[in-house]
Design a protein around this ligand. Structure first.
Ligand code: MRU
Length: 351
């Protein structure tokens, strides 16, 4: 049985500091723990776009604070119609990244709050926007803990688990989604071994997930993404758990590129494939995975690693940041409301 208490080691990637947010800049991890103080909406956009803050729930939280920071900075003289200005700020923040629905989910709440307060004094509206951001932030911590607890019925003692990308505290308010399930198993005293997919091209697995697991004292090995099939065949892990950036109404799952391959491999090897998803990642307005916008990122993410050039300078590149796993490959969703099984069109609607 492990004797470290993960509670003591869990990082909070976003903190509210009286008049600004402080984020841990994830682009420097694991080498350096650098914090950035952000006072203005433009810097929030940049931090989301550049993956300084990343992971679906975390970018929703950052965006909610961003709306407040943008609204409070509006010059008084220009506020003829505050609601339209807030709408503009939300559209701007929404353009930072297209796939994770949590971003739009948080912005929609800010918008509907501002809509419901039209005509009230600007100060009252901006202060309500800050309260909203702080509530979303606090609620996310509880939601992530609930996901971790709900997932326990799927995790045996001595479980070997494959995971992909980073779905931990760094990707949320605290604890994470898929990684929260692993943390809570560890808290319960279950012995866990995690196979951490490196997660090319930006290495969220080896840079961030391994960093988190190391801090909490959970056993792990990093594997290159291309090794997952062989690990499944030779080591017979018990399950795969991943997170998601958006679940369509039929249960199709958008997640970090490489998730689809993992799901196909899991099916072939008869290994259960689970997706941890807060309700804020479930988008009933998007009918299927075909309707989810997939972010494509810069070519150099595949041509350069750090300072090292790894491809011809102008080599053509295709770099989708996410893929879609069809719902048939998902054995269950782990949500804050419990375990959700097929038929997803019906069961997702119910929660
Ligand atoms: O590009 P990223 O690093 O923001 O991608 C993150 C993921 O794909 C996570 O798996 C997803 O957001 C779920 S994490 C709670």
């Amino acid at each position: 049985m492990n004797n470290k208490n993960p509670e003591l080691h869990i990082v909070e990637p976003i903190q509210w500091k009286e008049d600004h947010i402080r984020i841990i800049d994830q682009t420097f991890l694991p080498g350096r723990e650098i914090y950035q103080d952000i006072f203005e909406v433009g810097k929030v956009w940049e931090a989301i776009r550049s993956l300084r803050v990343r992971g679906a729930p975390a970018i929703g939280i950052a965006a909610a604070y961003g709306v407040y920071l943008g609204a409070k900075d509006l010059p008084e003289i220009e506020i003829v119609d505050l609601h339209s200005e807030i709408q503009r700020i939300c559209e701007y923040l929404s353009s930072a990244r297209p796939t994770a629905v949590n971003l739009q989910w948080a912005l929609d709440q800010a918008l509907s709050l501002s809509d419901s307060m039209q005509g009230e004094p600007a100060e009252k509206i901006t202060s309500a926007l800050l309260d909203l951001a702080r509530d979303l932030h606090e609620n996310d911590k509880q939601i992530c803990a609930d996901i971790g607890i709900a997932g326990q019925e799927l995790i045996p003692d001595n479980a070997a688990i494959i995971t992909h990308c980073n779905t931990g505290s760094l990707a949320t308010g605290k604890y994470g989604t898929a990684l929260s399930v692993i943390y809570h198993a560890h808290l319960k005293g279950k012995k866990i071994h995690v196979w951490v997919d490196e997660t090319r091209p930006l290495l969220q697995g080896s840079r961030l997930t391994a960093w988190e697991l190391e801090k909490t004292g959970i056993d792990y090995h990093i594997i290159a993404d291309s090794m997952a099939g062989w690990v499944m065949k030779s080591s017979k892990p018990d399950l795969v758990i991943v997170g998601t950036d958006r679940v369509a109404a039929n249960g199709d799952v958008a997640n970090k590129i490489g998730t689809y391959s993992l799901a196909v491999l899991a099916k072939h090897h008869g290994i259960p494939f689970y997706v941890a998803a807060p309700k804020s990642s479930i988008d009933l307005n998007t009918p299927t995975g075909d309707d989810i916008p997939i972010e494509e990122r810069q070519d150099d993410e595949l041509r350069v690693i750090g300072d090292q050039v790894t491809a011809p300078e102008k080599a053509p590149v295709y770099n989708p940041a996410f893929d879609i796993t069809p719902h048939e490959l998902v054995d269950a969703f782990i949500t804050e409301k419990g375990i959700i099984r097929p038929d997803y069109t019906a069961s997702l609607k119910q929660i």
